[in-house]
Design a protein around this ligand. Sequence first.
Ligand SMILES: [Zn+2]
Length: 357
Amino acid sequence: MSDAVEFSGIDPFTGEPLRFWVVDGTVSTDPVPGATRVDDAGWIVPGLVDAHNHVGIAPGLGVTIDQARGLADKDLRAGTTLIREVGSPLDTHPLDDDPHGPRFVRAGRHIARPKRYLRDYGVELDDPDDLAAEVAVQAAAGDGWVKIVGDWIDREVGDLAPLWTRAQLDAAVAAAHENGARITAHVFGADALPDLIGAGFDSIEHGTGLDEDLIDEMVRRDIALVPTLIQLETFPDIAAGADRFPTYKQNMLALHAGRHDVFAQAREAGVRIYAGTDAGGTIEHGRIVDEIEALTGIGLSPLEALAAASTAPRAWLGVPGIEHGARADFLALDADPAVDPSTLRRPRHIVCGGQRI
Ligand SMILES: [Zn+2]
């Protein structure tokens, strides 16, 4: 009992006082006698959530589990205690053995087709009709999510193009749901979106090609959006390296130019939007606060942007926040993040699995 720690502070989402105890890495809302007190921990929020991250990927392939652990630690030190890993060539499940590391909700490997994604990062299906069968395999390999590549440059077309037909996508969604998983898709352009949304995907990653009708359909079907705003800043660089494909180049630049309007429209319409950094490729780990800040650029208030990286994706992913019996994952902040969002850059405490990091 003497190891218990009592925290008290303010919940910025409600403005109410918050008081709880941490015992054996877990939150208790029942008082624990003899606990050490951390008086006035300031403002307390659930540990941050990065809803699109790849600790099993660094630039280049061949990340080892020890490297992945280091990348997860970098995210943790930025305040991320829950990672939705949307595709990794490396099985990062061994990281679940670390009681004081971020918690994961994973997809298995990306599902793509030959020459239609970063080479060797995902499973590349020669026959696209095998998609549903592979979805079942990757559902078993993950923790409740499957990720497919929805569009990528088709060098013969010279532009972004869908990888799958509507019938293949319908079968993929059915296979995911039959296997107890939700399914999401990487998609930059406009052409792949009608079929992905029509097939009933559970979320869309990036989604720069959305338009008003598709946004309305996402709201109607409760399809979530993880725009990965800081990743989209790389589009001009991608375009700059694509002189051989002028149509693709123009498309990437246009998608980049329109991104803020598209996402502001999605927010306005009521699409659920979650923070995801896409760390692991060109984006460094540990940048969740940059993504939160970027979300304010599409019209979210600082508190809404924080919710999009904490309370909201926790509910979506089914991982509790600061509740009795939950793993003790939270941040204590010096200032009210609604008033001073920069306080997230220097948390007073980051607590993960009950341990102060
Ligand atoms: Zn990604």
